[in-house]
Ligand binder design. Structure first.
Ligand SMILES: [Zn+2]
Length: 453
C-alpha cells in the first residue's frame, strides 16, 4: 500500500465512493475500489472485497502494485461548472445589490478591458488551480475579447490538465475593445473566434474545446449572433450566451430586437438553439420559451448563487426539468461570489425554497442532496453532451474524479456518517475550502487541492 497520491494512471484507489449513475440513482460504497488504467480510463468500480477485476490492464500495468488507501476520503466525479468568466475572478464578491446592467458597466467591463495576454498568463494558471481546489474538473468558460488572451488561457489549461471549453467573448455593440474600429468589429470578432476554434477545438483528444461566445443579445447585432452560430455548427463547437437574466435586460432586448417574439426568439432566429448550445440563467421565460427551449435541445446553465447575489430572480428548476430541458450548474463567477459548485448547490437549494415560500410555487420540488450532486456532475456533463465520457464514476469512463474529506466541513468537523444523503448534505451546505484533497482529469492529477497528509 502507498499513501502518496498517484499523478497518473495506472492506479487503484481504496476509498469511499459516491457517484450518480448514468442509468439513474446513486452508488455508495463504504469501502470501495476504483481502478484507473494507463490511458486514464476507469476500468473498475466496486466494493473493496470484490477484487476480481484487479488484474493487469490492457497495457500490462498491474494496479495491484500501486494501491493507494485514501479512507475515509470519498471519491466523487469531478464537478462540472457550466458558466464562469475567467477575467472576472479577481472581482468575485464585489457589487452585491446592483442590477446586472449597472454591475457590468461599473465592474465587469473595466476588468475585462484590462484582460490582455499578460494578465491572462498570470491569472489563468491560478484560476485553474482554484477550480481544482474547489473540486471542479470541467469548466465552460467565458474569456475576454482579446484573441491573444484566449490563446494564453488555452495554453494554461493545456498545461494544467483541467477539462475546459473556452470562448472569446464576442461583442459588436457597446464594445470595450477600442483597438478595433466599430465598422470592423463584426468581421474581427468572427475571424478571431474562428481562428481560435481552429487552433484549440478538440485539442488533447477533446479535453479542450471551443465555444463561440456572443456575450448576450444586448451586446450583439443580429448578424453577429447568426454568423457565430453558423461557425459553431460548422465546426461542431459549442455556442454559449446569456439568456433572460434580469428584468431590465429583457426590456432592452425587446427594444433592440422588435421583430423577435421574445428573448429566446432572438437566439432562435440566429440559428443558435441546437443541442451544443448552453444558455446561462434563463430565469424569466414564458411558457412559449420553455416549450421551444425543450424542443430545441439547447441546455441551461443554472447559476443560483449569481442570481441571488445580483437579485436577478429565482429560476423555476422543476418546471424546466419536467419540460425535459437539460440543466446543469454554473458558478457564474463573478456574478456569483464563489467558484465552488458545492456552494452553488447550497444556493440552488435556497432558491428553490424561496420559490416555494415567496412565490407560492407549489410545483417546485425540494431536491435532495444526492439530486444536487447529480446536477453538479452528471447533468453538467449531459448538458455538454459529454456524459459518455465524464460525469459519473463508472467503468469505461474517463477518470475525472475528486477525493473529498467528509470530516472537513465548516465550522467544526461533522459526525461521520455512512448515509450518503447526510454526507452530501453536509458537503453542500457546509463546504470547507480545503475539503477537496485531490482532483484528477483522465487519471492525471491536477495542481490546486492541498493533497493528503
Ligand atoms: Zn455570466
Amino acid at each position: 500500500m502507498r499513501t502518496a497520491l498517484p499523478d497518473r494512471g495506472p492506479f487503484a484507489l481504496r476509498a469511499r465512493i459516491l457517484t450518480p449513475l448514468a442509468s439513474g440513482g446513486t452508488r455508495y460504497e463504504a469501502d470501495g475500489r476504483l481502478v484507473v488504467d494507463a490511458r486514464g480510463v476507469i476500468t473498475h468500480v466496486g466494493p473493496w472485497s470484490d477484487g476480481s477485476d484487479d488484474g493487469p490492464d490492457d497495457r500490462g500495468a498491474d494496479p495491484r502494485h500501486d494501491v493507494i488507501d485514501l479512507r475515509p476520503l470519498i471519491l466523487m466525479p469531478g464537478m462540472v461548472d457550466l458558466h464562469v468568466h475567467l477575467p472576472q475572478l479577481p472581482n468575485a464578491g464585489v457589487g452585491a445589490g446592483l442590477d446586472v446592467l449597472t454591475w457590468l458597466e461599473r465592474y465587469t467591463f473595466p476588468l475585462e478591458h484590462a484582460f490582455d495576454r499578460a494578465t491572462a498568463e498570470r491569472l489563468a494558471p491560478q484560476a485553474y488551480r482554484a477550480f481544482a481546489a474547489a473540486g471542479t474538473t470541467t469548466a465552460l468558460i467565458y474569456g475576454a475579447v482579446y484573441e491573444a488572451s484566449l490563446d494564453a488561457a488555452f495554453r494554461a489549461a493545456e498545461a494544467h490538465g483541467i477539462r475546459a471549453v473556452i470562448g472569446k467573448v464576442m461583442m459588436d455593440r457597446d464594445v470595450y475593445d477600442d483597438s478595433v474600429p466599430p465598422e470592423r468589429q463584426l468581421e474581427a470578432n468572427l475571424r478571431q473566434s474562428a481562428d481560435l476554434c481552429a487552433r484549440w477545438h478538440g485539442r488533447d483528444d477533446g479535453r479542450l474545446r471551443y465555444a463561440f461566445t456572443p456575450r448576450f443579445a444586448v451586446s450583439c447585432s443580429a448578424d453577429l449572433l447568426r454568423e457565430s452560430a453558423a461557425l459553431a455548427r460548422a465546426a461542431g463547437a459549442y455556442w454559449q450566451t446569456h439568456l433572460s437574466e434580469s428584468r431590465p435586460e429583457l426590456a432592452e432586448v425587446a427594444h433592440l430586437f422588435p421583430e423577435a417574439l421574445d428573448y429566446l426568439d432572438v437566439y432562435d432566429r440566429a440559428g443558435g438553439l441546437v443541442p451544443r448550445t448552453i444558455l446561462a440563467h434563463a430565469i424569466h421565460l414564458s411558457a412559449r420559451e420553455v416549450a421551444r427551449l425543450a424542443d430545441s435541445g439547447a441546455a441551461v446553465a443554472h447559476c443560483p448563487a449569481s442570481n441571488l447575489f445580483l437579485a436577478s430572480g429565482a429560476m423555476p428548476l422543476t418546471r424546466y426539468r419536467e419540460a425535459g430541458i437539460r440543466v446543469g450548474l454554473g458558478s457564474d463567477v463573478s456574478g456569483g461570489p464563489e467558484l465552488s459548485i458545492f456552494a452553488t448547490m447550497r444556493a440552488g437549494a435556497f432558491v428553490q425554497s424561496a420559490r416555494r415560500v415567496c412565490e407560492h410555487d407549489e410545483a417546485t420540488q425540494a431536491l435532495g442532496p444526492l439530486e444536487w450532486l447529480r446536477l453538479g456532475t452528471y447533468e453538467g456533463a449531459r448538458a455538454l453532451g459529454q456524459e459518455d465520457r465524464i460525469g459519473s464514476l463508472e467503468a469505461g469512463k474517463e477518470a475525472d474524479l475528486i477525493a473529498v474529506d467528509p470530516r472537513l466541513v465548516a465550522p467544526v468537523p461533522g459526525e461521520d456518517s455512512h448515509d450518503p444523503a447526510e454526507v452530501m448534505s453536509r458537503l453542500a451546505f457546509r463546504p470547507h475550502p480545503d475539503m477537496v484533497r485531490a482532483a484528477w482529469v483522465r487519471g492525471r492529477r491536477l495542481e490546486g487541492p492541498i493533497g493528503v497528509t
